[in-house]
Design a protein. Structure first.
Length: 343
């Protein structure tokens, strides 16, 4: 799809959502936007994620297809180092090691390379920008979510307080600036600019790539506005959110229009999540290229559905077609009786 169309489509979709929130605010639809839609979003997220994970887990994996980047475990005299154990794991422990490094540190992205061609030579250089942007984005998102648990818990869990203290380390302003929220805005903007400015990435980008970025940017912007620019009534918001988790919602009489936008965009994000590329949150653990050990040389893997399957072996195939193969000039393992004597 044309880049302008993709941008227009996803930009207009997010703008439309903001307009819906404003209409809801103007019509004072506090119960719908503060209770009903967030509950629908929560249920859709949970049921959708379970459905996607279970259906993905159930899909057949007929072959052992781990992606590997180094020496496979083989005969004893062939070197199989610790790096190989991670890059080409032959045991469950190796698979876990590789998965943990991938999930926590985005290791495969860290090894990203960029191809450069100067007209004569091809050079591969290390490219870390995407890794830096992705790490910043995901860790800041996590920190923001952990801090938001303040709205849903009473008393405050220790790890929420700890995250707040670390995140608000630079107290140069009131209210204390949280680095994660501001950095999250920067990281989403970087990821968006990368899609727009690199021609190859722009070429393969679709509305499904721009929409979640715009949506998250909308959530972050309204959140930042609420914290640093327009003040919102945090006490009544906490009453609402605590009521939601205790299944006895208390709807505030008035809510800021920015809170309407924030909570509505968050609800849409949660509903959209399981049915979009964002489902990689669960999918990363389910990819057979990453969660299988490469023990092809040590273990004979038999088709689990039909171990009794009768294969048409090459020998039988040649028996069936030998004469035709010879006639066509194809090499055969065994000669037919009439030709065997002639040679
Ligand atoms: C995907 C989920 C969410 C994201 C990414 C997000 C993001 C943010 C960000 C970046 C801020 C700016 C301040 C900060 O860094 O904490 C913020 C503030 C805020 N968010 Fe969220 N938010 C999310 C979900 C929610 C939910 C479910 C609520 C419901 C209560 C909420 C209510 C608020 C409020 C009231 C503020 C202002 C906080 C203050 O003044 O201290 N957010 N949000």
């Amino acid at each position: 799809m044309n880049v302008i169309l993709s941008l227009l489509f996803s930009g207009m979709a997010v703008t439309g959502l903001v307009v819906i929130a404003v209409i809801g605010w103007a019509a004072n639809m506090n119960t719908l936007f503060g209770v009903v839609i967030p509950y629908i979003a929560g249920v859709t997220f949970l049921v959708g994620m379970i459905y996607r994970v279970v259906s993905s887990g159930k899909s057949p994996v007929p072959f052992r297809i781990p992606s590997t980047c180094s020496q496979q475990k083989s005969l004893p005299w062939i070197k199989y180092t610790y790096v190989d154990k991670l890059d080409n794991p032959s045991t469950k422990l190796g698979v876990w090691g590789r998965m943990i490094l991938e999930v926590l540190f985005f290791r495969s992205l860290f090894r990203n390379t960029r191809m450069q061609f100067d007209g004569e030579n091809i050079r591969y250089t290390s490219s870390k920008w995407l890794w830096i942007g992705a790490i910043a984005f995901h860790y800041c998102f996590l920190a923001v979510l952990i801090r938001h648990l303040r709205f849903f818990t009473n008393p405050l869990p220790w790890f929420v307080e700890l995250t707040e203290n670390i995140d608000g380390f630079f107290q140069f302003w009131l209210p204390t600036p949280y680095q994660s929220g501001l950095l999250l805005g920067g990281a989403v903007t970087f990821l968006l600019l990368r899609r727009l400015l690199i021609p190859q990435v722009r070429y393969i980008s679709l509305p499904a790539d721009y929409f979640p970025l715009f949506l998250i940017l909308g959530i972050v912007k309204t959140g930042i506005l609420m914290r640093y620019v327009v003040k919102v009534d945090i006490i009544s918001i906490k009453d609402l959110t605590l009521g939601l988790v205790n299944f006895s919602p208390v709807v505030p009489e008035t809510m800021s229009v920015f809170f309407y936008m924030h909570i509505f965009l968050v609800s849409v994000l949660f509903m959209y999540f399981p049915f979009s590329k964002l489902v990689h949150l669960g999918g990363v653990f389910l990819s057979p290229t990453r969660n299988l050990e490469n023990n092809n040389r040590a273990v004979r893997h038999i088709n689990p559905w039909n171990p009794e399957l009768k294969y048409h072996t090459y020998e039988a195939y040649e028996d069936d077609f030998r004469e035709a193969m010879i006639e066509a000039g194809l090499p055969v393992d065994k000669k037919v009786a009439s030709t065997a004597g002639k040679e």
